[in-house]
Design a binder for this molecule. Structure first.
Ligand SMILES: *Cc1c(COP(=O)(O)O)cnc(C)c1O
Length: 417
């Protein structure tokens, strides 16, 4: 016989907050009053120091230093310096990580590099439920290369079997943006290598959210996002990772001057820089990188094991609370219940997901909607308390009981969901 799970009580959430080893990080973020923020997986909250740091970069480094700041304030080395810091969060070796461009653009560069490393293979393998930009970028590249290549898609469950000797590169998002399902990164990497393929990971929902050890997994290539769990600010630059053993062999399709061996020689022909720098294209966005550095520094202060433990507990409690408090309201928890397969989010399916999420946001609980029917809630242990989870579900319950979500102002669609 299995015991009936005991009911979750408000007092237990208060106790968890009191005992939370990460509690001190909350005050390092500037969050608005009256908001429960469950969308840090889409846009991370603002570290208090970000405003100060960006202001300093604008008024002092730019305003006073002018062009001299490229050298005097180390602007020119910022992509590498910041890359080193992110490298520590993803288990990269020194010199394997760089901050540049957007995740989409980095995907393009690294996919092209991978295809050039496997000239006798034709297939890019990815997941049908992957984040759309990843698939769109692959389609665009295949098109550009004259249709000699092919993007093949498989379902997550069928992925391992789909990896074969035709595949040049397997491109997967480690954690699925919609469901929160997480791949076994070392296992899939080994599977790709056994078939002679390269492995390209998109860590957009992983970096800063779950422990990663790319070096131990023997990962080849990876990209990731600066504005989600790294709290780098809207449109923050992304990062890329290239295993050291590939540095001499990769060539970028965006052969810009910042990736040149001697950019300030201004010679007419391209020659790639040594090491990871060859993956740079053009001038780095210094102000955005200044903000990102604050977020990354903050993340490096917190032990990742504690972040992961709290995140798992939060996502588990949240799902259990939904089931306890909203039984019979049409909600279905679709994120994996098994910890090893779950990222830092909870996905809840409901036929009326759009107006319900709009009503939630209208009542100060910010999550997001992912088409066609998902309410998505992200857990960011550095600034999210346990009691907020209880309160968020209480608001959701209220909205369902009163039917507040049916009000006309919650029905209209907006551009960014
Ligand atoms: C958020 C996200 C992106 C974002 O790409 P941008 O170029 O920053 O717009 C890419 N891939 C995945 C898996 C994401 O979750």
């Amino acid at each position: 016989m299995t015991a009936r799970p005991s009911r979750l009580k408000h007092s237990a959430f208060e106790a968890l907050d009191r005992e939370d080893p990460l509690r001190r990080f909350r005050e390092r973020f500037d969050l608005p009053e009256g908001v429960i923020y469950l969308d840090g997986n889409s846009l991370g909250a603002m570290p208090r120091q970000a405003a100060q740091r960006v202001n300093q970069a604008v008024t002092y480094e730019w305003g006073r230093g002018l062009v001299r700041s490229w050298n005097q304030h180390g602007w020119v080395d910022l992509p590498q310096r910041l890359g080193e810091k992110i490298g520590r969060l993803i288990g990269a070796r020194p010199g394997e990580t760089l901050v540049a461009d957007s995740t989409s653009v980095n995907l393009f560069k690294l996919l092209a590099m991978a295809l050039r490393l496997r000239p006798d293979r034709r297939v890019i393998l990815s997941e049908s439920a992957n984040f759309p930009t990843d698939l769109y970028i692959a389609e665009g590249l295949v098109d550009l290369l004259g249709g000699r290549h092919e993007l093949k898609l498989a379902a997550a469950e069928a992925m391992e079997d789909a990896i074969n000797e035709e595949v040049a590169v397997v491109m997967l998002s480690h954690i699925n943006y919609r469901t929160g399902r997480m791949y076994d990164l070392p296992r899939l990497t080994a599977r790709a290598h056994a078939a002679g393929a390269l492995m390209l990971w998109d860590l957009a929902h992983s970096a800063g959210a779950v422990p990663l050890d790319l070096a131990a997994a023997g990962a080849d290539l990876a990209v990731g996002c600066g504005y989600k769990y790294l709290n780098g600010g809207p449109g923050a630059p992304a990062f890329l990772y290239i295993a050291q053993r590939l540095h001499d062999r990769v060539s970028t399709p965006l052969s810009g001057w910042f990736g040149h061996a001697r950019p300030f020689d201004f010679v007419p022909h391209y020659a790639p820089a040594q090491g990871i720098a060859r993956a740079l294209a053009g001038t780095p966005p210094i102000l955005s990188m200044a903000a990102l550095e604050v977020g990354v520094d903050l993340m490096l202060e917190a032990p990742m094991a504690q972040i992961r433990a709290k995140s798992l507990r939060q996502s588990e409690l949240f799902a259990a609370l939904i089931e306890q408090e909203l039984e019979g309201c049409g909600f279905e928890v679709v994120s994996p219940r098994e910890a090893a397969q779950r990222g830092s989010q909870a996905c809840i399916r409901h036929a009326q997901a759009w107006p319900i999420m709009q009503a939630l946001i209208g009542h100060g609980v910010i999550g997001d909607f992912r088409a066609p029917d998902i309410l998505r809630f992200g857990f960011t242990p550095l600034y999210l308390g346990y009691r907020e989870l209880w309160d968020a579900v209480a608001v959701l319950k209220e909205i369902m009981i009163t039917g507040a979500w049916k009000q006309p102002q919650f029905q209209a669609r907006v551009k960014v969901t």
